[in-house]
Every structure is written in C-alpha cells, then in structure tokens.
Write a protein that binds this ligand. Structure first.
Ligand code: GLN
Length: 392
C-alpha cells in the first residue's frame, strides 16, 4: 500500500481525496508477491511467451525508417486508417478514431473528457479497477450493477433500477474481465434500449474482442441506433502479445471523439510513434493469424479449466478473455486474500484476489482469478503445484 501521508520538512503532503480510496493496483501487488515467492504468475494478465516476429520486425523497421518524433495527437495516419479499415462498421479514420497510450488511457480520457462532477455513471461489477479510480478523479456518482455468481448473467431488474434521468454513461466490458462472460444479444439489446431511453453514452471496453472462445462477440456500436452514442475501446496488447507497448484506441462519433481527444492531448499527447506504425501493419495480418491465435487460447483455457476442476475448484468456463474465475470455497479459507496468500506462499502460484473488483457485493471473497495467457508448460506446472491444495 502507498503511504497516504508523508512529511516533507514543514509541509504535509497527503494524497488527493480523489485517489485516497485507491491504493496500489492489485496487479502490481500480486506480481510483486509472485516474484518474492518465486511463484508461477497467473495473476496480472500478460503473456509469458514472445510476441510474433512480424510485429517486432515492423517496430524495428519503423524506428530505422525515422518514425521517431511525436505523431499526430489523435493517431498516426497509417494506424487510424488501419483501424477504420478493420472496424465492423464504416467510420471516418480522421474524425472518429483516436489512438491513446493503451486502453487504460482511453478510459481516463473518455471519463475526464465527458463526465462532470455529480454525473451518474453505471459500472458493472466485477470491474476493471481503473474505472472507479477515473470516475473518482472526475467526481462522478457511481451506480453499481452486479454480475452474480455462478453464471455472471446481467440481471435485468438491477440494471433497470440503476438507470435514472441523471445517468450520463454506462461502462460495458465484453468479453468481460474477470468473469470471462461474453454478453449475448439479449443482454446487449437491454443495455442499448436503456441507454437510448435515458440518453446515456455507452463506453464499451472491447479489448478482448479477438479472444472469444465460445459463441461470438457483438460490438454494441453495431446494434441499431447505437453508433451515435457508443465509444468502442480496443487495443493491440492482447491480440499481438505486446501488453507493454500500450497502444489503444477509441472509435466514436465526432461529438464523443472531440472531448476524448481534448483530454488525451493533455494526458499524453500521443502514443509511441514507431509502435503505432507497427500496429498499423499488424492489424492487416491475414485472417489465419487471428484464427490460430484463438485456437491456441482455447487450448490454454481448456487445460487450465480442466486442471482447476481436477484440483477441486468450481469453475465457470470463460466464454472469452484470458481469465478464469474459480470458486475457492471448497478449500475452506476465510476470504480471497487469505486464499491467494496461501497459494503464493505454499503452492507458489500467484492468482488475483478479486474482491477489489467489487464495490457492492462480497461475492469476490469466495473467488480467485487466474490468467491463462501462458505457455502450456507453465499452465501444466501451475496445475501440478495446485494439487498441493488438496493436501491442506
Ligand atoms: N488488464 C490486466 C489484467 O486485468 C492488467 C493491466 C494492468 O496491470 N494495467 O490483469
């Protein structure tokens, strides 16, 4: 945890009220614990295998070709063109696409650019942790809707109750981190109809759009009348195994794009130029790249899900993303944190305790999140180490 107060001579420095409730992110904490205990890290979501050669070569070439100065703030022309060309509906690359330093920045830019203090924003829990921190920085009033265990389906009554005349935005994430749910047409149509009725913006976080392992992903912007009120977030990191490149983008109509760009120009101005050029080339990879990528992930998912079941966890098979939420209650620990501490210290496997992804419900205390963006050997070794749980 960060200190909230420190002393600089005579001056008392305290973290701002907006960030006071948020300590170090759970991802940093558990990656550090994984290193300390020499554990297999199935916590923070990043691959332990290399990015494909073609994307690395494209970045090296872009640097050699002199693509080394600031790019256009809203995105390198080559990248915004590639994003528009590969997007599901027709969009203007120069007016409706904005490139940022990863989707974590797009989330911040969209919230800071569009939400005023006192505006209500609906967040579906469990949620990605930066949503609440950015909403707090913007002074928003947060309304939470829970995806309940064990199916994590969207509850119509609870969603209806969360919408009011003051709802400015709803944040939707599908494929969903950490549950692995991919919202179906019925759930997305419900969100779309309520957003339309209450004239709310939909911030649709689709960074796992290429990681649909069962069923199919419907971008909410493609539903009737939704393009005009939807901001779609996508990124490069997951699909090309380059999470450290931090290249993300927002696709949105002009009236929503302009506020995002206003915030982005003061947050980072532009993303890394040579990496944007490489991203433009990568997005034009042949269809076989994407289908092989999904097939490989299906194998990783099945290995981990079956392994976890064999150890004694109850698991809801993820339809998408590279995460699985498992119910650890068969092992009789007090909560998710005590379970994960035991796991990292004794079994030497790191997971993420998901209670910090919940604001209302305590359901996260009985769960643990594992990431399967790892080589098959890593996953096999992790399952073998987890067998130790049966003996506790
Ligand atoms: N999205 C990643 C995860 O859920 C973490 C990203 C980060 O650490 N900023 O594990």
């Amino acid at each position: 945890m960060y200190m909230t107060k420190m002393n600089m001579g005579n001056v008392d420095i305290a973290i701002s009220k907006r960030l006071e409730p948020f300590g170090e992110t759970v991802f940093a904490t558990w990656s550090r614990l994984a290193v300390e205990h020499d554990a297999i890290n199935l916590g923070q979501g990043f691959p332990d295998f290399e990015a494909p050669e073609f994307i690395k070569e494209a970045a090296i070439k872009a640097i050699r070709d002199g693509e080394n100065q600031y790019s256009r703030s809203a995105g390198h022309p080559k990248l915004v063109q590639a994003i528009a060309d590969t997007f599901e509906i027709s969009v203007d690359p120069f007016e409706e696409v904005s490139v940022t330093c990863g989707s974590t920045e797009t989330i911040a830019a969209a919230i800071l650019g569009l939400v005023n203090p006192g505006d209500e924003v609906i967040v579906i829990e469990p949620f990605y942790d930066s949503y609440l921190a950015c909403l707090s920085m913007a002074g928003a009033v947060v309304k939470i809707v829970t995806l309940h265990t064990p199916t994590f389906k969207l509850n119509e009554d609870e969603l209806r109750k969360a919408f009011t005349d003051r709802t400015k935005m709803i944040i939707v994430n599908s494929p969903h981190n950490p549950t692995g749910r991919v919202f179906n047409k019925e759930e997305l149509t419900l969100i779309a109809s309520l957003a339309t009725k209450h004239d709310a913006i939909v911030l649709s976080d689709e960074v796992y759009d290429k990681l649909v392992l069962t069923g199919s992903h419907i971008p909410i912007a493609t539903l009737p009348q939704m393009k005009n009120r939807t901001i779609t977030l996508r990124s490069l990191g997951k699909v090309f195994s380059v999470t450290g490149w931090k290249i993300g983008w927002a696709v949105a109509p002009k009236h929503l794009t302009n506020p995002i760009r206003n915030a982005h120009q003061f947050l980072t101005f532009c993303a890394a130029t040579p990496l944007q050029v490489a991203a433009a080339e990568a997005l034009r990879a042949p269809e076989s790249y994407f289908s092989e990528y999904t097939t490989a992930y299906r194998e990783r998912r099945d290995l981990l899900v079956e392994g976890l079941r064999s150890v004694g966890f109850n698991v809801h098979t993820p339809e998408g993303t590279y995460f699985v939420l498992a119910d650890h209650t068969p092992f009789d620990f007090e909560d998710d944190i005590s379970f994960c501490l035991h796991l990292v210290k004794t079994c030497r496997v790191a997971g993420i305790p998901p209670s910090s992804f919940y604001a209302n419900s305590t359901e996260g205390r009985g769960l643990v999140r594992f990431a399967f963006c790892k080589g098959l050997d890593t996953l096999n070794n992790a399952v073998e180490r987890l067998q130790g749980l049966a003996k506790t």
